[in-house]
Design a protein around this ligand. Structure first.
Ligand SMILES: N[C@@H](CC(=O)c1ccccc1NC=O)C(=O)O
Length: 250
């Protein structure tokens, strides 16, 4: 199954792959890849193709990344632009793995940003899933996950504190207790990559979040096409789309 390739901006990383499912009324999912904001999207293409074979139209965007042209603010500019451009006003479920889960949960919180933020939006995903997500950047800094990855994203220790309130899902959701977007935090109980307070603390802070913990599942099996964990994720994406994706009223 060959994806359509395209771009949503002039930078070489502002590109996407899209696998249209056969049915015209197929659920639409935008998938944000992980790799601590440093990796490219290639490790997730087999799983994106798998989603399409399961009847889900899937958009996998690239974006400017840490260590290259990205990090704050470019990575966030690209996620916001990719979402706003590529979903074309259609209802969609946003999903992300690990650091892509952070980006997905951040994008679902755009309604909580100050109205003068360039990222503020009230056009939000129908639902969001973080699977094995990073939800708490201050915690990621404190625990020094992946050799300073969160500090690298935020431009270093000198700027991190000022930027955190604009890009950290846990900080954004805490005062109000909801983003207004139905949210699922899905994780393996045997996740070996992240401290599990990344999952629990956010789910507890968000009144509209559901926490699903899968026994014996690790961090990476979600993105192995056909694995038990991937089946749970596919079923969840279908359920969220069926429950929450309504055509937008003008
Ligand atoms: N352990 C590696 C790789 C990694 O964490 C990773 C790689 C691909 C997809 C998701 C990952 N985890 C979080 O973003 C790292 O620290 O960069």
């Amino acid at each position: 199954m060959a994806p359509v390739h395209g771009s949503y901006g002039p930078h070489p990383h502002q590109v996407y792959d899209m696998w249209p499912a056969q049915a015209p009324d197929a659920p639409l999912v935008m998938l944000l890849h992980g790799g601590y904001w440093r990796y490219d999207r290639m490790h997730l293409t087999p799983f994106a193709a798998h989603l399409a074979r399961q009847g889900i139209s899937t958009i996998l965007p690239g974006f400017r990344r840490s260590g290259g042209a990205g990090g704050y603010p470019a990575t966030f500019d690209d996620i916001a632009l990719a979402i706003d451009t590529l979903t074309e006003g259609r209802p969609f479920v946003l999903a992300g793995h690990c650091s892509g889960g952070h980006l997905a949960l951040w994008a679902a919180a755009r309604g909580l940003l100050p109205p003068d933020s360039p990222w503020h939006s009230t056009t939000l995903p129908a639902a969001v899933v973080g699977f094995g997500p990073i939800t708490d950047l201050a915690g990621a800094i404190r625990d020094d996950l992946s050799d300073g990855a969160a500090l690298q994203l935020l431009g270093g220790a000198g700027t991190a504190d000022a930027r955190l309130p604009l890009v950290d899902p846990l900080t954004l959701v805490t005062p109000k207790g909801t983003t207004g977007v139905p949210t699922v935090i899905l994780h393996g109980a045997a996740d070996e990559e992240l401290p599990h307070d990344q999952f629990h603390t956010y789910a507890a802070a968000h009144h509209d979040a559901e926490l699903i913990s899968l026994p014996d599942i690790g961090h990476y099996t979600f993105i192995e096409p056909g694995s038990e964990a991937s089946r749970v994720l596919v079923d969840l994406l279908r359920r969220l789309h069926a429950q929450h994706a309504r055509p937008r009223t003008p």
